[in-house]
Ligand binder design. Sequence first.
Ligand code: DAH
Length: 337
Amino acid sequence: MKEKIEKILAEVKSFQADSKEALEQFRIQYLSKKGTITELFTEFKQVAPEMRKEMGMRLNELKNTIQDIIDEQQAKFETKSDAKTDLDLSLPVDAMNGSRHPLSIVRNEINDIFKRLGFVVAEGPEVEDDFHVFSALNFPPDHPARDMQDTFFVTKSPDVVLRTHTSSVQVRVMEQGKLPIRIIAPGRVFRNEAISARAHCIFHQIEGLYIDKNVSFADLKQTLYHFVQEYFGEGTKVRFRPSYFPFTETSAEMDISCNICGGAGCNICKHTGWVEILGCGICDPNILKACNIDPEEYTGFAFGMGIERIAMLKYQINDLRMFFENDLRFLKQFENA
Ligand code: DAH
């Protein structure tokens, strides 16, 4: 058997394929199920026990040599389309380069907290009509938010706009008429604002809406209080200040105790110890009616927050433009977040 192996080894080493077909023939002759190597492995069963180790090694060596010859010569016949690329498409996703954008990280974290409370994610279009962005949300026709300065118009009469807030998704979900409703709507919004460290014409919001029988302001407070404890840490204080939004009555803005200075006063909280993070309130009966929900039977609460603002507080980022510049020095800091 030893001689046989040596003979084959010499044979294959001098092999030069002159075509793809010849190489395949070579592979079939030696490595296929009925090929020489298989035959030798069958013979190997008869080898005397004291010779087994050595023969086994030689046989495996021969097999590997043949495989190497095939691999090497294959390159000669490869056309462009079946050439190997540097991309290994079978790699698991988390082994790939890159990282999530900080706004996606924060959005996912916020979503997760509300999902655990039974909220589901809802989506709506970024290009919207006046009804869903304004009218159904009780914005009077002359409300300043409809002014050209805030809203990007796609067409005028009928008014088609880039949504200025994700509250439009509230209307889309209420229209479907399935009650109770418990949704959060994360998404991109647009406002015609000059770009600065504190404002941008594109930013992101998360809207929340809960409609059921007997939903009260106490439910709203407890839900948001829970969110703040989860996201900013236990012991973070909240306070509600009366405010105004056309689609809520009662309306409030919610502040949290400054997570940078712990309430002692710093630049971020302008030395007040508090930072505003969202608007909220009890759904105005008019918006329920606009979507054919009986306000005598159902009540609801809503809230809306800017994702950039939450991210800025969480990571102590003082310039909103950072989120949109895609500077790798900035983005790489979130690789392990
Ligand atoms: N849509 C408001 C905005 O863009 C945010 C908001 C405030 C949403 C109060 C709400 C709410 O649902 O109840 O400024």
